[in-house]
Design a protein around this ligand. Structure first.
Ligand code: 5HY
Length: 251
């Protein structure tokens, strides 16, 4: 198979929450990680939670993610990144397109496991650390992660109290380094997309950030000409009528 490394491609970064500032930050992180020739489109749904910190937030955000996949299909897209650490709507999104769809949690777990035998995750809130642990097990990564730690900061604090949030995240990363017997740290929030380099320099460990990890994996899949399988559960959803405000999904 001829692999054209200079493949130009378009990757849609879907910030699942509705914070435009966080979308911009993820767009910059994605562009910094992308190869020359990769076009980055960073978007967030028009409707939904300003941040995602609960199962309810995630469920509503998943509809917004699907809306952005539909918009991406209309615009022409080679791969998608779901830029929220809960990977909300990941499987539904994969049903709606042939293009690869990468969740930043799944990407970060896999990339960390390629550079360290064990890693820890540092996320925002204790309640979302429980959600991250569920994903670890769902992805078969439970035995590679020593601990999911929380810096106990609301997601929006990453925007509004950036310095104080950084210090709390750095302190939790240092505790993970000194207590967890790990070789790497995974940042457990898309809103931390701009912190990896600074944290890694400060704590002396590799720090994996999901948006960059997902962009690199998406580019590799497109270059390998690999797409989401349409055999089995990720085939297009069966056509049927939808009612009420979801009537637009009727097919
Ligand atoms: C995220 N929430 O990546 C998740 C992270 C978290 O709005 N973007 C959010 O803290 O669960």
């Amino acid at each position: 198979m001829f692999i054209d490394q200079d493949t130009t491609m378009r990757i849609r970064i879907i910030n699942a929450n509705t914070s435009a500032a966080m979308t911009d930050k993820m767009g910059v992180a994605a562009l910094n990680a992308a190869r020359p020739g990769t076009e980055i489109i960073a978007v967030n749904p028009a409707s939904g939670p300003i941040t995602i910190e609960s199962h309810f937030d995630e469920t509503i955000a998943a509809v917004g993610v699907c809306e952005e996949i539909r918009a991406g299909e209309a615009a022409g897209t080679d791969a998608y990144v779901i830029a929220c650490f809960g990977d909300p709507g990941l499987y539904a999104a994969r049903e709606l397109t042939n293009a690869p769809v990468i969740g930043i949690a799944e990407a970060a777990f896999h990339v960390a496991s390629l550079i360290a035998t064990r890693f820890s995750v540092v996320t925002t809130l204790s309640r979302t650390s429980i959600m991250a642990e569920r994903l670890l097990h769902e992805y078969g990564m439970g035995n590679r992660c020593r601990k999911v730690r929380a810096a106990e900061i609301p997601v929006l604090a990453l925007e509004h109290e950036a310095d104080a949030s950084y210090r709390l995240i750095e302190a939790e990363c240092i505790r993970a380094r000194d207590e967890d017997q790990i070789g790497a740290i995974v940042l457990g929030c898309g809103g931390m997309a701009d912190l990896a380099t600074r944290l890694s320099a400060s704590i002396g460990l590799p720090v994996v950030e999901g948006v960059a990890a997902a962009v690199a994996l998406a580019e590799s899949l497109v270059t390998l000409k690999l797409q989401t399988s349409k055999f089995g559960d990720l085939a297009a959803p069966p056509a049927k009528p939808f009612t009420g405000e979801f009537a637009r999904y009727s097919r």
